[in-house]
Ligand binder design. Structure first.
Ligand code: SME
Length: 162
């Protein structure tokens, strides 16, 4: 297992291209989901320096299911999010990636940190069901686009759900 991440400068695409094989190597041979989510969050945070990178996992709750905070890097965050609430809950409810250039303009956005300005949430599907989301927050407006959607989707696709 690689112990040190090689961090590069360059375009977003170049940064992802350098990071992807390293994340793949980190996950190789390790079936534990939480360990792998933790390393993905750490690798993304180290390479891109975003404000917050982490997972919310769909778990049973008294009234159905909720997103519950999983491995993350960054400031402390909200623990539970209901289906359809905020950016994460909407991504879960609709099984779609949400790119939010200005979080203050997203109806119902849940402000875990007042420093967050833009956000992307990628749903993670297993057997046609959303089982978790990857949430990335930046302290600058307009930081996420289709390139992030593409590569973050590839990275979350490396997680093995059983
Ligand atoms: N802003 C998210 C909540 C999670 S935190 O940003 C870590 C949302 O609206 O779903």
């Amino acid at each position: 297992m690689a112990e040190d991440l090689s961090i590069i400068t360059g375009s977003k695409q170049e940064q992802y291209a350098s990071l992807l094989p390293q994340v793949k190597a980190l996950l190789e041979g390790e079936p534990d989901l939480i360990a792998n989510m933790a390393n993905i969050a750490a690798a993304l945070k180290e390479q891109f320096g975003w404000l917050w990178v982490g997972f919310y996992i769909v778990k049973p709750a008294p009234a159905g299911e909720e997103l519950v905070l999983g491995p993350f890097q960054g400031p402390v965050a909200c623990t539970r999010i209901k289906k359809g609430r905020g950016v994460c809950g909407s991504s879960w409810a609709n099984a779609e990636t949400l790119i939010v250039p200005d979080v203050e303009k997203f109806p119902g956005h849940i402000a875990c940190s007042s420093l967050s300005k833009s956000e992307i949430v990628i749903p993670i599907l297993h057997e046609q069901k959303v089982v978790a989301v990857l949430d990335v927050d930046s302290n600058e407006y307009n930081q996420f686009d289709e390139t992030d959607q593409h590569y973050l989707g590839q990275i979350t696709g490396m997680l093995q759900w059983v």
